[in-house]
Design a protein around this ligand. Structure first.
Ligand code: CA
Ligand code: CA
Ligand code: CA
Length: 620
């Protein structure tokens, strides 16, 4: 049973079988996000082989100064513009000049989630090991104790936390800070000549120095999740007990920053040898400069972990762009709670969000004092779990490419029903699985349960399985089902070393001819190495159709009328005198009948008719 996120005061319409209509604006309340940018900067990419004197002359005419140039990013320039400048007009002027390949405003980015209020052995850290404390679901965790038997330390792995800084002297962090060996602390000099003075544990790109102190708490919190000093009798346990945490500060105390500074941080992390970047911030605008920076990190073999954002939005819609970067070294993370539910404010996306990780009520290190700890929620926190996991995977498999690290993280997740269709993996991080030394893995292995009315359709009606060959030799395999209501393809093949193969298993047309009942079958994978044989149970539950009537139970003056139907599955029509574009139906009560969350759409011409498809069935 699912509870509605809508407050009771909302004008809604409860239907007999539990369909509930509520205003989108109240269901998830994502305020429309403007597209703000810095008024004092813009970014340009000079045309390769372009006429430098002409560009310099344009800079002079428009009264801009070149603040920073990135040789590794095709010569990308950050320009400082005069206080009275019209930034969009200036961007346009550069685009029209023919001297640049690209020009864009310096868009703002913001931290994913900020503090909302002020340890492993007492069970507070449910995400690492969940036994049902705090009302959670046992085993809705990342299986950390099981994983730590395999790998708990990543002493040679550098994770760059590109965020609000870090509380450097924290009792549970100080020993795990990365140290720049070529920089002498406190002498006011840039000893290693990398452009930053006294950058001993990292850099603050807004000051150009090593002043990485945290004024927001966000970065300190993430650092503790991924790599707090562990087994020291203090504070919290990190995912990685030992790791080198590099800090790049670019977010201010309000959690805000800009693309030009984010790019400088990514460039620094690449230059100084980071293996993993944690980017728990989002931007709403596509940025070529950011893409160039993440692509350069990819060339350097860096895994780029991104929080999916906390707007309750579908990232497959073109709104939040950071996790949408179409580069195979980016892994975008949504947040789940202690009951393995997608957090209601977490963004999601079947294509653009890769997996979920714990992100609600997460205890970790905090700023203000060396012994301060706090709980925070967000996909930022979820991303930090994945960053810590990536560090351990990298430590255990030191020759793994970023793509192999990401494959390990994705194809070891615990399948979670609430995440099906909400992220690529449809599951939540499982650290034990990610570190599993088995050379051959079939994923997922959770039992599949399809259900629906007699005659169909059934949901889910298909499942893709992956056979991953992490070994050094080719893997011949075959797969089979015996019942006629399942079909699969292909049925056999060979997966070369380091590669993977998808096997699609689906209900066959026979399923629609079966009488009411419960049917059980096993999908069998025969592997010539590794586990030998893997069996995945598949259950098909066929119900007798229930009679359904729809009626409006909402307040009268709403203008909403619902079409009536006796069909268990049908397209229903709701008509309104007002605009329907911001309404959506939800199933809130599945008893005594069960049902699907219906798909819905409105009449694009008038927006005054709402169509939705729903299905219910008897459960007894
Ligand atoms: Ca330096
Ligand atoms: Ca120095
Ligand atoms: Ca500790």
């Amino acid at each position: 049973m699912k509870t509605s996120p809508c407050p009771p005061a909302l004008a809604g319409f409860v239907l007999p079988f539990g369909l509930f209509l509520c205003a989108e604006s109240v269901c998830s309340a994502p305020p429309p996000v403007p597209a703000p940018f810095r008024s004092d900067r813009l970014l340009i990419l000079p045309r390769s082989g372009g006429h430098r004197p002409a560009l310099a002359s344009l800079h002079q005419r428009t009264r801009v100064n070149v603040l920073r140039t990135f040789p590794a990013l095709q010569g990308l320039e950050v320009l400082e513009v005069p206080p009275d400048a019209d930034v969009p007009a200036l961007v346009e002027a550069y685009r029209q000049s023919g001297l640049v390949a690209h020009a864009e405003p310096d868009y703002l980015v913001r931290a994913v989630g900020l503090p909302n209020d002020p340890s492993f052995t007492n069970g507070t850290q449910w995400a690492l090991h969940n036994t049902g404390q705090q009302g959670g679901l046992p085993d809705a965790d990342i299986d950390a104790p099981e994983a730590w038997d395999l790998q708990s330390r990543a002493p040679n792995v550098v994770v760059a936390v590109i965020d609000s800084g870090i509380w450097r002297t924290h009792e549970d962090l100080a020993a795990n800070l990365w140290v720049n060996p070529a920089e002498t602390p406190g002498n006011g000099l840039d000893d290693d000549g990398n452009g930053y003075v006294d950058d001993v544990h990292g850099v603050n790109v807004t000051t150009g120095t090593g002043a990485i102190g945290d004024s927001a708490g966000h970065g300190t919190h993430l650092a503790g999740i991924l790599g707090a000093v562990t087994d020291n009798g203090k504070g919290v346990a990190g995912v990685a007990w030992q790791v080198q945490i590099m800090t790049c500060r670019f977010l201010n105390s309000a959690g805000h920053g800009s693309i030009s500074d984010a790019v400088a941080c990514i460039d620094y992390a690449r230059l100084m040898g980071a293996h993993v970047i944690n980017a728990s911030w989002v931007t709403t605008e596509a940025s070529t400069a950011l893409e160039l920076a993440v692509a350069s990190a990819r060339e350097a073999g860096i895994v780029f972990v991104a929080g999916a954002g906390n707007d309750g939005q579908d990232n497959d819609l073109p709104l939040i762009t950071l996790p949408n970067l179409a580069l195979d070294n980016v892994i975008a993370v949504a947040a789940t709670d202690a009951q393995d539910r997608l957090w209601n404010r977490s963004n999601f996306g079947a294509a653009n969000v890769d997996l979920a990780a714990p992100g609600v009520n997460i205890h970790s290190t905090f700023f203000i004092a060396d012994n301060n700890y706090a709980a925070m929620s967000g996909s930022s926190q979820a991303a930090a779990f994945v960053s810590g996991a990536a560090a351990l995977v990298r430590a255990a498999y030191s020759t793994a490419t970023p793509q192999e690290v990401i494959d390990r993280l994705l194809y070891s997740t615990d399948p979670v029903p609430a995440l099906r269709g909400r992220c690529r993996a449809g599951g939540r991080l499982n650290l034990r699985g990610a570190l599993d030394p088995a050379p051959v893995v079939v994923w997922p292995q959770a039992p599949v349960v399809s259900a629906g009315n007699r005659g169909g359709p059934f949901a889910p009606d298909a499942q893709a399985f992956l056979i991953l060959n992490r070994g050094a030799t080719p893997l011949p395999w075959s797969a089979s089902v015996t019942a006629s209501w399942l079909q699969l393809e292909p049925a056999s093949g060979t997966v070369s070393a380091g590669d993977k193969q998808t096997v699609s298993v689906a209900l066959s047309p026979v399923a629609a001819t079966l009488p009411r009942g419960e049917y059980t079958e096993r999908v069998e994978f025969l592997l010539q190495t590794g586990d030998g044989c893997v069996e995945v149970p598949w259950t098909l539950r066929i119900y007798e159709p229930a009679m359904v009537r729809l009626r409006s139970a909402g307040p009268a003056g709403s203008g909403l009328q619902l079409g009536l139907t006796g069909q268990p599955e049908a397209t229903y029509v709701a008509e309104s005198s007002t605009n329907f574009s911001s309404w959506r139906p939800l199933i809130t009560n599945a008893l005594p009948a069960s049902g699907d969350t219906p798909s819905f759409w409105s009449d694009p011409a008038t927006n005054r008719q709402l169509f939705f498809r729903a299905r219910v069935w008897q459960t007894n």
